[in-house]
Structures are given as C-alpha cells and as structure tokens.
Design a protein around this ligand. Sequence first.
Ligand code: NI
Length: 139
Amino acid sequence: MSSDLVRMSFTIDKGLMRRMERLLRGGRHGNRSEFIRDLIRARLVEEEWKADEEAVGTITLVYNHEVRQLADKLTSLQHEHHHDVLATTHVHLDRHICAEMIMVKGRPRIIEEMTEQLRQQKGVLHAAVSMGSTGKRLT
Ligand code: NI
C-alpha cells in the first residue's frame, strides 16, 4: 500500500451492504474502494458548486434553429460569456432540431445564470447543465 493511502473500516446495515454489492456487480465502479472514492468525489463536486468555486461544466441545448433570430441570440449570449466558454459543439439532429454542447469553466453561479438565459430563449426546447470539476480539490 502506498504511503499516501490509509485503510479505514466502517459499519453499514446488511441491507445497504447488499444493495451496494448489487451496484458493484453492475460493473461501473470496480471494487468497494473505487466505489467509495467515486461517491466522495461526486459529493465534493456538488459542494464545489454550492460554494461557487471555479468549476467546469457542460451546458446542453436542444433547439429549433428555424425560430427567428434564435441562432443569433444564442451566439450573442455565448459571446457575452466569452470568458467562461471554452468550446461549443453544434450537431444538426434532424432538419429542424439542433443540439449544442457548450463547455464552460467558471463560477457555478455564472454558469447557471447563463444556462437560464439560454433556456429562456423562444425556440429552446431543453437546456441542462452537467456539473464538472477542475479536479484541483478531488485528491
Ligand atoms: Ni443545426
């Protein structure tokens, strides 16, 4: 065991233990240690967002590009937030509907504000933000 690792033990209800084992058999987390580490990191990312610490995120938009001036408005809003926007990917889903993934880095309050502004535009069918982290406080 590396000197940076510590071993810890804890008690847990049998029922909860069985549920955890079932999740582990689902195969996404590897072993129990990985599972606990993943849970802790997911919680830390939530805390970073609550504390409004610099974060990384992706805003996903689905919209109808035929709505008048919508594409221009969405582009203008992203330019207003050019300090926070890292990259944008646009996908034409069908003849009418577009998806746009906007990768952002900045204060969560600003990212959420930007998501709300984008969501409010007429023709936007869905706007969601996924919380990510700069990774600086996850080790
Ligand atoms: Ni398109």
